[in-house]
Design a protein around this ligand. Structure first.
Ligand SMILES: [Zn+2]
Length: 239
């Protein structure tokens, strides 16, 4: 029976490893999806900031067009100076030129402001772009690591499945069935270690006499509380 218990214990370890991989298999794609989402959020944010700069550039070009047309108007008006005949006409033309000049210097002022704004935004943007590039690189590395872990897990899975086949064949079928049923009902754990008179599956104390028997690993003894098969691995710190 000692051999049988030891085989069961090994089987349990294999099964826990497989269970862990199963959980990881579900977790990894979610993790990768989250990383992808983070990447697109960062890219989108940059896109919005670039959009702001584009908008200001458009505004600047529009204002420059206005300025050019104002300057042309001034030139035309100045050309007409030689054609005026009366003082009244002359005064009127002068006022017109002054008005256009006033508008055009206002336009110049506005262009300068927009240019300053563009400059400021571009500075922020290039800083952000560098930060995002670093962040994206980190996310890519994380993704790659996750994918590597996934393929390592698959290799480990195959090995463990093969080992499981060998071990489970050596366990008596009745005992295997009991283990399998318990495992099914008790969160994947059918055999548990006992430490300091305590079942490590449900953490309830077992009677001292029972503990003495369990330590021999000579017979199938089950936890009076959780029904799991008890195994004694030693009192050491190892699990
Ligand atoms: Zn128990």
């Amino acid at each position: 029976m000692k051999d049988q218990l030891e085989l069961l214990w090994e089987l349990q370890k294999i099964d826990l490893g497989l269970k862990h991989i199963k959980e990881e298999r579900e977790r990894y794609p979610r993790e990768i999806k989250k990383l992808d989402e983070r990447m697109s959020i960062e890219k989108e944010k940059l896109q919005i900031e670039r959009g702001k700069v584009d908008l200001l550039e458009k505004e600047r070009r529009e204002k420059e067009r206005q300025l050019t047309s104002s300057q042309e108007k001034i030139k035309k008006a100045e050309g007409r100076m030689f054609e005026v005949k009366t003082n009244k006409e002359y005064q009127a033309l002068l006022t017109e030129i002054e008005t256009i000049k006033g508008a055009s210097s206002q336009e110049e002022e506005e262009i300068l402001q927009v240019l300053e704004e563009i400059d400021e935004l571009n500075k922020d943007l290039s800083k952000r772009e560098k930060e995002v590039a670093i962040l994206l690189e980190k996310i890519e590395a994380e993704k790659k690591m996750t994918q590597e872990r996934m393929s390592q897990d698959e290799i480990f899975w195959k090995e463990q499945m093969e080992r499981r086949e060998v071990v489970s064949k050596q366990v008596e079928s009745k005992l295997y069935k009991l283990y399998d049923t318990l495992k099914e009902k008790r969160q994947g754990v059918g055999v548990v270690n006992v430490k300091q008179e305590t079942c490590q599956g449900c953490f309830v104390h077992i009677p001292p006499q029972m503990f003495i028997e369990v330590q021999k690993n000579n017979e199938i003894i089950r936890c009076p509380n959780c029904n799991r098969i008890l195994y004694f691995k030693g009192e050491g710190k190892a699990k």
